[in-house]
Design a protein around this ligand. Structure first.
Ligand code: AGP
Length: 607
């Protein structure tokens, strides 16, 4: 998830674009760049790291004269966050510059095709194929618009892009498919951006471009075209009445809530390019030359550790790979026994967590092979692992991790299908069913999020008096119970303990009384009868119970939270947001600083 912006008008474009990029930095901040047309030449400025590095590069340049330009702030997905890979990318003849947000799935094939045509590439990004392909078709004599049509009809994946060409100094071309793109309409000036905050200071008149729409804008005109039939389209202008802050949260009250509601899109992005529906298989090109693990040792912290625990059940069931899961701060000092073909997987959203990084380095010292499952491209763990697999969650701003865990679970689920298939354990029917269920997940979660939010909103005031909570689950729901408890603790500051439900009677049940409620994860699966008796033990001691369950479970508890009856493990992707929303609403009800809870940091880089 990157941020792109374009401006054409009567004001100095540099200022507008830098200001806009600052407002889009929550979308990605590992490198940035701008491009302008001046004296029949495209001028590009790029820098690694924070935006002010770019600003320092710009200050002495005469480009302040130009009134048209494009800009980009990056969240790397393909190619390390270096200056070379920063956007804008130039065409071979240096007359086109392009910025892009999204993932071009078939970029490797397109790159090969263009290389055979003599096109040289300057970066490792997927994006560069877009500008080189437009240049290629333009060189064939096509108009810029036709070159864009031709290019986009070849592309698979998601994109929002903006393009300039030096022979047309006041024109910007832009288009989208699956990534957001908004047109800002001003008086004698027009804007294009990934999100409204980028230009909200200059206009509140916007058009939300739809998928497969292209727009050509100049200071005084804009024309939208359909990619499908190249015909002109007129679209309704919407007036935005948000302030900048809420606009960055897309109207959500907190980044945490926004990130919870982004999970359907995150799953779509994680599945993108990973499933070959014709062959009914899962693809991990990163693992082509990587040994099949005889045993897997997962090492992580916090929420990432819970994702690892969840994956243990999946990897053992589907791929028959024995899995051990370690808290990184324990792993690094317990002198773990690691055999020759053992594989260590370190999981980290930030890729910078000190204990997890130390776990990685220890494993390498012991000659183990290390897979890094990370969200931040180019992070330390990503760089030091033997192989890195990226979760496509986009930047996670809220300290409490939500969509990152969802993305980790999806990737680990895909890995279990990948290795299970490699070991020829999976029947064609099993594969096609599981792949079909995975592809349906985003929409099914989307449908339920609002309902879950209302339920959480209803339950929070009812349980806000509690000073402690138990979270109980069995099997796959045990690690999810741990995660539910962690979310409640870290943002509402209510004491909470996640427990394997069967373990309660070995001690913790002593704590149960009417003041100590329980949040039970009790979907209708083979362990429900066991969960039922554990909950009866809690009720027998006056404990109040909220239970996430299904309509047919007929669970008699204080507050049943009925969720659709998905089969395991798919139901985990419904249970997770329900847990997140309950913790969120409790914290909001108690007036806590949800996005920046006390005593916590987004990335724990110390021991
Ligand atoms: C989770 O909400 C917390 N922010 C924290 O437990 C986090 O999961 C942990 O610090 C691990 O972070 P990582 O995934 O970036 O390594």
């Amino acid at each position: 998830m990157c941020g792109i912006i374009g401006y054409t008008g009567h004001r100095p474009a540099t200022q507008i674009i830098i200001e806009g990029l600052k407002r889009l930095e929550y979308r990605g901040y590992d490198s940035a760049g701008v491009a302008f047309c001046l004296q029949n030449k495209v001028h590009v400025f790029k820098s690694q790291g924070k935006l002010n590095n770019l600003e320092n590069k710009l200050c002495s340049q005469e480009i302040y004269l130009t009134t048209t330009g494009i800009g980009h702030t990056r969240w790397a997905t393909h190619g390390l966050p270096t200056e070379k890979n920063a956007h804008p990318h130039l065409s071979q003849n240096k007359r086109f510059a392009l910025v892009h947000n999204g993932i071009i799935e078939n970029f490797k094939e397109l790159k090969h095709y263009l290389k055979d045509k003599g096109i040289q590439f300057n970066s490792d990004t997927d994006t560069e194929v877009l500008v080189q392909l437009i240049f290629y078709y333009h060189e064939q004599g096509k108009s810029i618009l036709d070159a864009i049509y031709e290019t986009l009809n070849q592309v698979k994946g998601s994109y929002a892009f903006a393009l300039i060409e030096c022979a047309h100094p006041n024109t910007i071309w832009a288009g989208r498919h699956s990534s957001p793109l908004i047109l800002g309409i001003g008086q004698g000036e027009n804007f294009i951006a990934s999100d409204i905050p980028a230009f909200l200071n200059y206009t509140r008149e916007v058009i939300f471009l739809e998928d497969n729409e292209i727009v050509e804008l100049t200071p005084s005109t804009y024309q939208i075209y359909s990619l499908k039939n190249k015909k002109g389209i007129s679209r309704k202008v919407t007036t935005i009445n948000w302030d900048i802050q809420s606009a960055q949260k897309s109207g959500y009250k907190h980044f945490m809530l926004k990130e919870i509601f982004e999970q359907p899109k995150v799953i779509q992005d994680c599945l993108r390019g990973r499933i070959d529906e014709c062959e009914n298989t899962v693809l991990f090109s990163e693992l082509e030359n990587f040994p099949l693990p005889a045993r897997l040792n997962i090492v992580a912290c916090g929420t990432s550790f819970h994702a690892g625990m969840w994956a243990k059940y999946i990897l053992e069931q589907i791929a028959h790979i024995p899995v051990e899961v370690d808290i990184a701060s324990e792993f690094r000092y317990r002198n773990p026994l690691i055999n020759k073909n053992d594989v260590i997987m370190v999981i980290s959203q930030s890729g910078e967590t000190a204990d997890t990084l130390a776990g990685l380095r220890l494993a390498k010292e012991k000659n183990a092979k290390v897979i890094g499952l990370c969200n931040v491209v180019g992070s330390s763990i990503a760089r030091e692992a033997d192989v890195v697999i990226y979760t496509q969650a986009g930047p996670e701003i809220s300290v409490a991790s939500t969509k990152a865990m969802c993305s980790q679970m999806i990737m680990l689920f895909l890995l279990s299908l990948y290795w299970g298939n490699k070991k020829q354990l999976l029947t064609p029917n099993f594969k096609s069913q599981y792949i079909a269920h995975l592809l349906e997940l985003p929409e099914q979660i989307e449908t339920n999020l609002q309902i879950f939010h209302q339920k959480a909103n209803h339950l929070a005031p009812k349980y806000s008096w509690a000073n402690s909570f138990f979270y109980l689950g069995r099997g796959l729901n045990y690690p999810l119970a741990l995660e539910g408890a962690l979310k409640l603790k870290e943002i509402s500051y209510i004491h909470a303990e996640g427990y394997a439900a069967g373990e309660m009677k070995h001690g913790p049940i002593a704590l149960i009384d009417p003041q100590f409620p329980t949040f039970a994860l009790a979907p209708e699966d083979e362990l429900l009868p066991k969960m039922k008796s554990n909950l009866e033990e809690v009720q027998a001691r006056g404990g109040k119970i909220i239970a996430l369950t299904n309509i047919n479970s007929k669970l008699e508890v204080d507050d049943p939270w009925i969720i659709p009856n998905f089969k395991s493990p798919f139901i985990s992707f419904l249970i997770l947001p329900a847990l997140q929303l309950f913790a969120y609403e409790m914290a909001v009800y108690l007036g806590k600083d949800v996005d920046q809870p006390r005593n916590l940091a987004k990335s724990v880089t110390v021991e």
